[in-house]
Ligand binder design. Structure first.
Ligand code: ADP
Ligand code: MG
Length: 699
């Protein structure tokens, strides 16, 4: 692989360099203006870009183009059109117009819409998002697009994400201007999502219905070894894994995805990939692509990449860490403490805006990561609890305390160091006290939101984060807007003080995994929304409808439609899991159990001639155990079937979700206990499906 990486990097991306070389100067400038300021794109510019894109794509082997979008599922959608256009004399030319670039009209009737779009007008349309670069994959030019209904309602994740970025931009810029920083024209949010995943052998995967249909194991006795030796985390990469990771990096680099860090994770067969951060919109697209490429490359290596949040019981599941910050067009990270007093004030204002946002909308943040898969992690002893709280670290917490107690701006405050007035101690940045149990941690110059599930798009949490922080900033401006410049410093100080008082309950630097914290959080009045149905019940509250509609992220209708889709997705997931479990136990597990029982019974009956009391023989003992387990499994299957039918029959979707959560999941857990106990008793040659031991330790 003696490749020139800088040359390879982005070689399949229609990036700035290509645009500059391929577009006439005025067209290039017009396009850049649209990308940077979101101004309207004229048709002549679109035509010019289309021609350049097509030429470049064809040079690089593409024959088709597709409008790539993100419907309200967790995967992306695409429909491919070829560039060919018949010329009437039996020949074709390769054609692509500006109109085809900027707008597509896929038949949208089979995507979830939550009732937003009646089926008789099932056409949606896709609109080019020029802020996320086009790329080539599988001989096709991929054009990132937003997906809307004809009346303009968002049917995807990109539209509200772009709206939320715009809202945050507006409020942040206004806030900075109010603070006297008038040169800033634009504020973007940045995201670096760390992605966890499992790798299993493809041949083993194919023998498990649960992995095929659900992406996770529904049954399976524990392997003799799990993660207790702590020998996998950051361990040396096995040759097959290493080859996979090299291939993966290369594929991602070609697509302009800055894959940076890779390592083994805590659980056996678990790994992680982290890219260099990017603008939120691009980071979200790139994370979707990363997940796709991870699966594709695994397939080439005869492995399967599992992105489910909890593929295996008894060992860690997979999450995603959403590193998030805000950056100005002149390159200032607004969550970086800075070196001068004014930079520090700016930092504190934006820091407090985030703290307030997380406290005011903790329910929405929890909702934004809710899924059937993630419910197996949140609150368990491996992932942050379902309670949203913020880790700030001791130093920064101390700084806030001095502000609250009027010591910070005085001459003898604890934080007042010899380095000049009102400058934060810079060691905050090197704060190494990384609390891994916190769901929302300040890590020196960014926040890390750690509740995300590994399989989900990172769009939702960022929509909530951007909008909630924009709302904090809006309220801050409300309070400061009539202040004379000479009184600003004092007014800001008062605002910070007041905000700290009001929201310090959300700050918790201790261990989030303890029972004491659960009690303490309850005393503080923090939410503890344990399951997806619990969490989603808050989604459409008055407060949340107000937030989203005032900032024009979601109309009330859009919000309610999303609520329905979300619950439906939860219900469908559990329905499939319940069906799969029944099928696996009936068709895979019970037959070999019967076979083994027959063998045992035969042996016992032969032995009868030579032993005085057969009932004390080992065969009889095993037979009794298996009979008991088999009976319990049969009864358990009946209960599961009955409860699933009942949950399915409920016409109210939230009642149905609740029934799945409280009844069906509990049935499945009980049934699993019997199945795993039976599996553990079977001899190797009768095992119905690959064991945990083989799945986790064979690569
Ligand atoms: P850790 O494992 O300690 O959390 P990593 O190096 O694995 O750290 O991941 C850190 C992530 O944070 C990377 O994806 C990085 O690009 C991202 N990041 C760093 N700075 C910012 C920032 N200003 N905004 C958003 N993400 C950032
Ligand atoms: Mg991290």
């Amino acid at each position: 692989m003696a490749q020139n990486i800088p040359e390879l990097y982005g070689s399949l991306v229609f990036n700035d360099k290509i645009m500059r070389s391929k577009l006439p100067k005025d067209m290039y400038k017009a396009l850049k203006k649209t990308i940077q300021n979101g101004t309207h794109l004229e048709l002549d510019v679109a035509n010019s870009v289309a021609v350049a894109m097509k030429e470049w794509a064809i040079e690089n082997g593409a024959t088709h183009y597709t409008h790539w979008f993100q419907p309200m599922t967790n995967v992306t959608a695409e429909k491919h059109d070829s560039f060919i256009s018949p010329t009437g004399d039996g020949q074709v030319i390769m054609d692509f117009s500006g109109k085809e670039l900027v707008k597509g009209e896929p038949d949208a009737s089979s995507f979830p819409s939550g009732g937003l779009r009646a089926t008789f007008e099932a056409r949606g349309y896709t609109a080019w998002d020029p802020t996320s670069p086009a790329f080539i994959k599988d001989k096709t030019l991929y054009i990132p697009t937003a997906f809307c209904s004809y009346s303009g309602e968002a049917l995807d994740k990109k539209t509200p994400l772009l709206r939320s970025m715009e809202t945050l931009n507006r409020e942040a810029v206004n806030m900075l201007h109010l603070l006297g920083n008038e040169s800033v024209k634009h504020v973007s949010t940045t995201v670096g999502p760390e992605q966890e995943y499992f790798l299993v052998d493809k041949d083993l995967y194919k023998e498990r219905r649960d992995l095929i249909f659900c992406g996770r194991t529904l049954i399976g006795a524990p392997a003799p070894k799990g993660q207790e030796m702590e020998d996998h985390y950051f361990g040396a990469l096995k040759p097959r894994v290493s080859a996979y990771m090299h291939d993966l990096d290369e594929e991602l680099w070609k697509l302009g995805i800055p894959a940076k860090t890779k390592h083994n994770e805590v659980a056996p067969a678990q790994h992680e990939l982290a890219p260099v951060f990017d603008t939120t919109n691009v980071a979200v697209d790139h994370n979707q692509l990363t997940m796709e490429v991870m699966k594709k490359v695994a397939d080439k290596h005869n492995m399967v990449c599992l992105l489910h949040e909890k593929p295996f019981e008894g060992i860690n599941g997979s999450g995603k860490h959403n590193n998030w910050s805000m950056i100005t067009d002149d390159g200032c990270n607004l969550l970086d403490p800075g070196k001068t007093p004014s930079e520090n004030t700016q930092f504190l204002v934006f820091l407090m805006a985030v703290i307030k946002a997380v406290d005011d909308y903790a329910d929405l943040l929890r909702i934004s990561v809710a899924s059937a898969g993630n419910d197996h992690r949140l609150g368990a002893n491996e992932a942050p609890p379902a309670i949203v709280s913020i880790f700030l670290g001791d130093e920064l917490t101390e700084v806030l305390k001095t502000i609250e107690n009027d010591e910070y701006f005085s001459n003898h405050g604890a934080v007042q160091m010899d380095i000049g007035a009102k400058v934060l101690p810079h060691f905050i940045k090197d704060n190494t006290d990384r609390n891994r149990t916190s769901p929302f941690a300040f890590t020196g110059n960014k926040f890390e939101f750690r509740m995300l599930g590994s399989a989900a798009s990172v769009a939702n949490p960022n929509i909530v984060l951007n909008t909630a922080v924009a709302e904090s900033l809006r309220q801050f401006q409300e309070k400061l807007k009539d202040t004379a410049p000479e009184d600003m410093e004092k007014a800001v100080h008062e605002l910070l003080k007041e905000t700290i008082k009001e929201h310090k309950r959300i700050i918790f630097n201790g261990n989030g995994y303890t029972d004491e914290w659960v009690e303490e959080a309850e005393k503080r009045g923090l939410y503890n929304l344990k399951t997806t149905p619990d969490a989603l019940s808050m989604f459409t509250s008055e407060k949340n409808v107000k937030l989203f509609s005032e900032h024009k992220i979601f109309t009330k209708e859009e919000l309610f439609s999303r609520y329905d889709i979300w619950l439906e997705n939860y219900v469908k997931t559990l329905h499939i899991e319940s069906n799969t479990m029944c099928e696996m136990i009936r068709k895979d597990l019970m037959p070999p159990v019967f076979t083994y029982m027959e063998q045992l019974a035969n042996t016992a009956s032969l032995k009868k001639a030579v032993v005085s009391d057969i009932s004390t023989s080992s065969e009889a003992g095993l037979l009794v155990k298996l009979t008991e387990l088999q009976d319990k499994m049969c009864a358990g299957l009946e209960t599961l079937k009955k409860d699933t039918e009942q949950a399915e029959d409920l016409s109210d979707i939230s009642a149905s979700a609740k029934a799945y959560q409280s009844k069906v999941l509990a049935d499945m857990e009980e049934l699993r206990g019997y199945a795993d106990a039976a599996e553990a008793l079977l001899p190797e040659e009768l095992l119905p499906y690959p064991t945990y031991g083989r799945l986790l330790f064979s690569i």
